[in-house]
Ligand binder design. Structure first.
Ligand code: AMP
Ligand code: MN
Ligand code: MN
Ligand code: MN
Length: 280
């Protein structure tokens, strides 16, 4: 049975390629019943997604994916069920977008020194003047044939040690959890198997997150393997955390992730949605 919940996805409000309403239409067509929009560091797409989901009869979960720097590592914290007019969360995210704007110019300068001109302008055009991310640089660099695809572009230009890399200075973990709670949401560690840290450091992250009142781990993720599902389910149980499921869908240009294909949570997980009041 596929999972009827998808609690992690992106739109053109951040680095996805479908508009919020196109995303909702595609989710509905794929058989999803409860769909979140969790753009990076912005709430801008939520009203459009909510209106579209309502028209379709799709249960909508307003969300966000907050960029965090924890002990030198970038970690993503998804907020689920956040109020899109929350002042505390809105102000926090605005600060992160300021860093994004500065970082984008700095990435442009570094790529220029590496002989690639016009990268900031090119990435900016891909972002449509909305939130700017490394994904927009990647699309520009693929267009200019500096690498064959997005994955290769990241590997060659945009990760630590490469010419276009700028270290993140994102939110504190504590602040991300606090902002999400202030907006009435639940905090979820996104794609925990993807962080390149040791198992003991990962468990320190889970312990600190649970201590701060964080609610859940994304056990089932579009970027997790089957083994990861079971490992993360065990971690969730060990730390008394709930389990979430999300594709991290960014649009049809990433053909390795499609909507409506997530499996159900492993047995003995407590779902992050267990106390939600929804009609399905
Ligand atoms: P940013 O938050 O601007 O640093 O960009 C991070 C985003 O880049 C992630 O949310 C992914 O969408 C994308 N990304 C990161 N690493 C890769 C990769 N290796 N291949 C494709 N996309 C990636
Ligand atoms: Mn992304
Ligand atoms: Mn992420
Ligand atoms: Mn994501």
């Amino acid at each position: 049975m596929p999972n009827r919940y998808d609690l992690h996805a992106h739109s053109t409000a951040s680095d996805g390629t479908l508009s919020p309403s196109e995303l909702m239409q595609r989710a509905h067509a794929a058989g999803i019943q409860v769909m979140a929009l969790t753009d990076h560091d912005t709430l801008e797409g939520l009203p459009e997604a909510a209106a579209s989901a309502q028209e379709l009869g799709l249960e909508f979960v307003p969300g966000v994916e907050v960029s965090v720097t924890w002990q030198g590592t970038t970690v993503h914290i998804v907020g689920l069920g956040v109020a899109s007019d929350s002042q505390v969360l809105g102000r926090g995210l605005a600060g992160l977008r300021e860093f994004r704007d500065w970082r984008a110019e700095e990435i442009g300068r570094r790529l220029a020194r590496h002989g690639i001109d016009g990268a900031f302008e090119g990435a900016f055009a891909y972002s449509n003047g909305r939130l700017i991310s490394r994904t927009h640089f990647a699309r520009f660099l693929v267009e200019k044939r500096h690498a064959p695809d997005l994955r290769a572009v990241f590997r060659r230009f945009l990760v630590d040690g490469k010419p276009g890399f700028v270290a993140g200075q994102w939110a504190e973990l504590e602040d991300a959890v606090r902002w999400i709670h202030a907006a009435g949401g639940q905090a979820v560690i996104a794609h925990p198997a993807r962080y390149k840290v040791t198992r003991s450091k990962l468990r320190r992250l889970f312990a600190e997150f649970a201590e701060l009142g964080g609610e859940a781990l994304e056990v089932v993720s579009g970027s997790h393997s089957r083994d990861d599902y079971f490992t993360m389910a065990q971690h969730a149980r060990d730390f008394g955390l709930l389990a979430s499921a999300g594709s991290d869908y960014h649009g049809p240009e990433h053909p390795w992730i499609e909507l409506g294909r997530l499996p159900e949570l492993p047995d003995r997980c407590n779902a992050v949605w267990k106390d939600w009041h929804i009609s399905h």
